[in-house]
Design a protein around this ligand. Structure first.
Ligand code: SAH
Length: 204
């Protein structure tokens, strides 16, 4: 079933071999509530705890591909959620720092990931709008919730040459890539429309 999902993603034009390999390896069904296990290898988003969703595999693959992660890269993720995207980043060899603002999900996922052998450098309960200044700069930052605007702290926590992948918009989000060319110089690229749960301010 997992291999079929990989084929679906290839048909949807995901090309990065390492990303496909990660998705072909990670047991997505274990990241979902038992009621949805039968659906785990469909290319769809599904509900997880705290009214949030595990992102659609295509979206995870699309964002991961844009990050161009190399082994050892320091990567910040906003919106740990189920931890599925975190696991993909870890499979790609990144050193992962991740922030989640829902206490329930933060607790659940912090316990769950190490059980599968996925060890992030740091999982914190906090507000992703602020990023993680003590650990900056990051080679990549990925936001997995729909951001009404681009938070400045995230741009300033990027290393020179670093990449921020963030879905920007209210009801529908445009997948946006920022590449930091210099201290004040950012290149911006826009991709297609996606739909995410909203990026909310402060902790819950
Ligand atoms: N990558 C996750 C996506 C979960 S959905 C997965 O595939 O499972 C988006 C997540 O972002 C939710 O868990 C939500 O609680 C979280 N989130 C929303 N606003 C946030 C913020 N300001 N800081 C950190 N996390 C946030």
């Amino acid at each position: 079933m997992r291999q079929k999902l990989v084929e679906t993603l290839i048909n949807k034009d995901i090309k990065d071999k390492d990303v496909l390999k990660a998705i072909g390896k990670i047991p997505r069904h274990l990241f979902m509530d038992s009621g949805f296990i039968d659906h785990a290898y469909q290319d769809k988003a599904f509900p997880i705890a705290a009214d949030q969703t595990i992102s659609q595999p295509y979206t995870v693959a699309f964002q991961s591909e844009l990050l161009q992660i190399e082994p050892g890269h320091k990567v910040l993720e906003i919106g740990t959620g189920s931890g599925y995207q975190t696991a993909v980043l870890l499979e790609l060899g990144a050193r992962v720092y991740s922030i989640e603002r829902q206490q329930e999900l933060f607790k659940k996922t912090s316990k769950f990931l190490p059980k599968l052998g996925y060890r992030a450098k740091s999982l914190i309960f906090g507000d992703g709008y602020k990023g993680m200044p003590v650990e900056a700069p990051f080679q990549s930052i990925i936001v997995t919730a729909g951001a009404p605007y681009v938070p400045n702290p995230l741009l300033s926590q990027l290393a020179i040459g670093g990449r921020l992948v963030i879905p920007v918009g209210d009801d529908v989000q445009v997948m946006t890539l920022f590449i930091r060319k210099g201290p004040k110089d950012f290149e911006k690229h826009e991709f297609g429309d996606f739909r995410f749960v909203p990026m909310l301010e402060d902790k819950n």
